[in-house]
Write a protein that binds this ligand. Structure first.
Ligand SMILES: Nc1nc2c(c(=O)[nH]1)N[C@H]1C(S)=C(S)[C@@H](COP(=O)(O)O)O[C@H]1N2
Ligand SMILES: [Mo]
Length: 437
């Protein structure tokens, strides 16, 4: 800041400075308790970090040598929860030990990009180990020239990169249930992450093979033990946006995200983004695979089920303060994420009184279509009970619904596509709790 520009006496920074003068002790205590909480929610077994003994004065000893592949500071403990194995809270148990989810720690993230190591995971039968030299992608069916591509061949074709979110349509599925357990935001919303994805446009490959008349659907098949396959409608939107990805956040895809190849359909439910992709087959109708008939359908109150509800509708959540955190009176910046599978987020609003009044939050650049968007709002907690909510609007004008509005239309028999407004209750002692308001 230039020297003659004084901070305003009433801005959030001044507000924060006043708090520090009044209660520096209390503020520090709060910071420590949050870090402790993050450590106790770690569930996945991790490599034992060596005991960390930082020097008294880091200026008096030479630092460490460079590492060929970096790692974070040993003091940073943020981790995915879930996964398989004994004690894992959300697996399918011993009958399907390799069928599991793991959740992104949204409460710990900054900005919009999810570190690849913290990207959420959904594996129907574990993570395959694939030799890239032997992996192939076959494109056949209603095409003029069926073709087989190696990874090298795909990487030579014109490349595109795009920052976009991925969300499992089962994200927030527990929130259909009537009871509200003491969840964190990681538990309620952690099946979504954002990466920069790099690859070849599907349309580039379809140009190469030559699409025959009448081809309107495409089967995408993975090479994992789940044999995951899904039908993709070849709409204009899909032809414009679908990517065959080999890159994630600047390096090769992680094995958990589909190394060496995955289909990426921005804004579409996680399940159709087939990982470890080996085959695309063009046809005239959907292929009616298991995942789009018995699974990934939406059961309505009248007993009928919707199929192919592929788009992830607009959704937002406050990531801090959020479930199981502890806050103290004074200045806070309310922070959260908003996203829509239909395009850009145009507005995020925050309520601190359970939806009676709303204030517009600041949207942080970049605001990208079909991408997590960070929203922020300064807030002074006065020590009284409060109910924190966020609601977003996307570029189609669609407004994120309340839980009552969603349940009125959808009932409570669904598993997928829950996108209602989330409520965090702040109790008088500063404890934040997942509630239905
Ligand atoms: N081959 C294959 N593709 C798959 C899956 C799978 O188990 N096997 N899981 C799907 C589901 S349900 C989701 S939500 C996303 C999860 O992607 P991620 O693990 O990279 O987050 O991948 C989809 N693609
Ligand atoms: Mo999913």
């Amino acid at each position: 800041m230039p020297r003659n520009e004084k901070p305003t006496a009433n801005g959030p920074a001044a507000d924060y400075a006043r708090d520090r003068m009044v209660s520096r002790r209390r503020f520090l205590a709060g910071t420590v308790s949050l870090a402790g909480l993050a450590a106790t929610t770690m569930m996945i077994p991790r490599l034992h970090a060596q005991e960390v003994k930082p020097p008294e004065d880091p200026m008096r000893v030479p630092g460490a040598l460079p590492r060929p592949y970096g790692d974070r500071s040993p003091f940073v403990k943020s981790a995915r929860v879930g996964g398989a194995g004994p004690g894992a809270p959300h697996g399918w148990g011993e009958n399907a030990p390799n069928n599991f989810n793991s959740w992104t720690p949204l409460q710990d993230l900054h900005g919009i990009v999810t570190p690849s190591s913290l990207h959420f995971e959904r594996h129907h039968n574990g993570v395959p180990l694939i030799d890239p030299a032997r992996h192939r992608l076959l494109i056949h069916g209603l095409v003029n020239r069926p073709m087989i591509f190696s990874l090298d061949e795909l990487e030579r074709l014109p490349a595109v990169s795009r920052i976009a979110f991925l969300e499992c349509s089962g994200n927030s599925h527990d929130l259909w249930l009537p009871n509200a357990p003491d969840f964190t935001v990681q538990d309620t919303h952690g099946l979504t992450s954002t990466s920069e994805w790099t690859g070849v446009k599907l349309s580039t490959l379809l140009e190469a093979v030559g699409v025959q008349r009448g081809a309107s659907w495409m089967l995408a098949e993975g090479s994992d033990a789940a044999g995951m396959d899904r039908s993709v409608p070849l709409t204009d939107e899909v032809l414009q946006e679908a990517m065959i990805c080999y890159g994630q956040n600047g390096e090769a895809l992680r094995p958990e995200q589909g190394y060496p190849l995955r289909l990426f359909l921005p804004g579409y439910e996680g399940n159709i983004n087939v990982k470890w992709l080996r085959r695309l087959k063009l046809g005239t109708a959907p292929f009616m695979t298991r995942e789009e008939t018995s699974k990934y359908t939406d059961l309505m109150p009248d007993g009928k089920a919707y199929q192919f509800s592929l788009v992830m509708e607009a959704k937002s959540v406050i990531t801090s303060p959020s479930g199981r955190q502890q806050i103290h009176p004074g200045f806070h910046e309310i922070r959260g994420l908003a996203w829509s599978g239909r395009g850009r987020v145009t507005k995020a609003e925050v309520s601190v009184d359970g939806g009676r009044t709303w204030q517009p939050a600041r949207l942080q650049e970049p605001i990208l279509p079909k991408c997590h968007t960070r929203f922020l709002l300064p807030w002074r907690w006065n020590g009284q009970e409060a109910v924190l909510q966020s609601r977003c609007t996307d570029e189609t004008g669609y407004v994120q619904p309340t839980r009552q509005e969603l349940v009125k239309v959808r009932g409570t028999k669904s598993v997928f596509h829950y996108n209602a407004i989330q409520s965090w209750g702040v109790e008088r002692d500063g404890r934040v709790r997942h509630i239905y308001a």
